[in-house]
Design a protein around this ligand. Sequence first.
Ligand SMILES: Cc1ncc(C[n+]2csc(CCOP(=O)(O)OP(=O)(O)O)c2C)c(N)n1
Ligand SMILES: [Mg+2]
Length: 578
Amino acid sequence: MVETLWGSDAVAAVVRTLDIPYVALVPGASYRGLHDSIVNFSGNENPRMLLCLHEEAAVAIAHGYAKVTDKPMLAIVHSNVGLLHASMAIFDAYCDRVPVIVFGANGPVDATKRRPWIDWIHTTLDMGSPVRDFTKWDDAPGSPGAAVESVLRAWQIATTAPKGPTFVVFDAAWQEQQLEKLPKIPSDPSKYAAPAPPAPSGAEVERALAILKNAKRPAILAGRSSRSVASWDARVALAEALGAKVISVQRAGAVFPTEHRLHVGHAAQKPALDALREADAILDLDAIDLGGILRDAFKGDVTATVISCSLDRYIHKAWVADYQTLPALDLNISASPEALVTELVNALGKPAPAPVHRNGAAPRARPKADGGAFTMDAFSATIGEAFAGLDRCFVKVARGVKASDTPLRHPLDYLGSDGGGGVGSGPGIAVGAALALKGSGRLPVAVLGDGDYLMGVTAIWTAVASEIPLLVVVANNRSYYNDEVHQERIAIRRGRPPERKWIGMRIDGPAPDCAKFAEAQGAIGIGPVGDADALAAAIAQGIAHVRAGKVCVIDAHVVPDAVANAAVPADVMDRAEK
Ligand SMILES: Cc1ncc(C[n+]2csc(CCOP(=O)(O)OP(=O)(O)O)c2C)c(N)n1
Ligand SMILES: [Mg+2]
């Protein structure tokens, strides 16, 4: 029997050549054709469907997956409504420079083919417009044949450095058209793969090397990087060969062994800012907000010679100022930072990285539970102790968890921020990262604020339904506490009562039961726990559950006030006035 073919089969046919194992989606009639093609034409393989309860979770899962693998997953969202739900997660992936391919659907664009009402409100003249300012590219191919090329281009652009999300929308009408035969699907998709990111020129390498070798106090600012061990090792080798102090950028995740004798801290910490100020040459490796870091370190004229290596300028647009402060540079290299590091290490005679010399910081022990308040400081120490020595990946850590409690020894030890600072991204990114880590032996752990957890909580269901082991620990202060700190400052500045800072902030009375939110979705919920010993015991149980393939959420009740000081540096709110 010759199988009847349909327009959307062309999309499924090209996608299955692309090494995209999963698609996270919320269904909708605008792509019922494509949905059928993935299920019945591709057999729900390459990609396999992960059903989600919100489009924001679908894209966040793809985001988390790419944070671990550096490779894109697919997310599909229904017409304008699904895209609008997905938009914040697309924004986060864009700001995080993470490749995600989003498919959408529209129409029928031909009005004569529309069903009354619903097909009209879900048809949009320019579907990509709401997300165009924070995607790298979008397209609306007009036929199955055109869609094949669009999909290949979406894949190529998403994975070309600097990476980011792309969006392709398919017309419902041609998805459902019968085809005589499939359009030509390239047999070798690697011919459409992203090019290698540009390497620095020989002259740039020479110049950078001369500056760094002549420096008496060189420093390296380690920013965005792939999660590759080779590039991690190369950075260590370079720092050692130069005797350079290393300052890491916490939002970029694990980029340098934090216990290494040359690592002085992350860029928001005083010792790191001091080291930068004392440096006579600084090598920036795609730090997020280099200009802001230099401003914080020098508070005026930058006295060091600054070399910056980044490709980020190629993704900058006008809509969001994620390009940050414009830094003054002595040598501005538009190339892959990883390529520059490799070239520099080669030029220095390829020294191997030495085994890490610990910088002397011993892990803190969890404080004895003494019936007092469970502060964020105690919470952080307990997290640090519970996961010390374990092969684990902190997907995200809540405000107030101290970096020194969670030493980083491998690029997958910590995945950094969500990129766009969108509350609610935590659970979805955690599920996507856990999906990528499944079977690796590395335990995925997300330590989330209660606001972040509750806003994105339905992503947990996808982890359970798709058998993705994951541990979530909620630092539950029953508040959007970050913003209480802001209200407190505003009230003090205005001579108004700061004790009213909690109004419109506290998620309490009733406090949502975070463990029950997990249980309601088929996960294991533990807690609330209210002291260090109980949290340590809960984490031990949680780890066992996750090792047995389960999803487990631990609800830890912490005291709100303790988060405040750790959360917002005192000068941040006041900076605008200076
Ligand atoms: C989508 C979105 N809405 C609102 C904010 C503003 N905001 C920043 S942090 C924060 C509080 C987050 O609460 P939680 O996750 O509980 O962390 P906490 O500050 O309590 O430690 C809010 C509301 C945001 N960044 N993103
Ligand atoms: Mg909170």
